[in-house]
Design a protein around this ligand. Structure first.
Ligand SMILES: [Fe+2]
Length: 151
């Protein structure tokens, strides 16, 4: 069996997860102001989740006789918490897309499908969670705006 297509898509995923490790850790480092109390921990936990996924995918690539990539994509940096959350949503959505694509490529390997589905579920939970945070974030901004108007 030719493992090349599977190895290629898994390395695309690994590159994305390495990007997550750096991008989320950077957000955890620089987030400041009142939001730091809430979001620094969350960003570091997301970095750790990305590392956990990278470990699972890297191990699998070696099992398939491939070489895990050490590259990552460019990371998005900002000091604005709203933009950090937008970047996080974009990151998690891209992860959902990549794992969904990998599931099609690897459909003949049931065990790999199970592994990818488990991670896909976590990525989708990330999308759902951050979407809700952004809703609250927008709502609190809107509430502050209307309070100012009312005042
Ligand atoms: Fe991930």
């Amino acid at each position: 069996m030719d493992n090349t297509p599977a190895i290629n898509i898994l390395n695309d995923i690994l590159r994305h997860e390495w990007t997550g490790v750096a991008q989320y850790a950077q957000a955890g480092f620089v987030v400041s102001g009142l939001w730091r109390e809430v979001y620094s921990k969350m960003f570091f936990e997301s970095a750790e989740e990305s590392f956990g996924h990278a470990k699972q995918i890297g191990d699998k690539i070696v099992s398939l006789n491939g070489v895990p990539t050490v590259e990552r994509n460019p990371i998005k940096q900002t000091n604005d918490i709203g933009e950090m959350l937008e970047n996080a949503l974009e990151f998690e959505s891209k992860a959902v897309q990549l794992y969904t694509e990998a599931l099609e490529v690897c459909s003949g390997d049931r065990a790999l499908v199970v592994l990818l589905e488990d991670i896909l579920l976590e990525e989708q939970e990330g999308v759902d969670h951050i979407s809700k945070l952004l809703r609250d974030h927008a709502a609190s901004g809107a509430a502050a705006g209307s309070a100012t108007k009312a005042g």
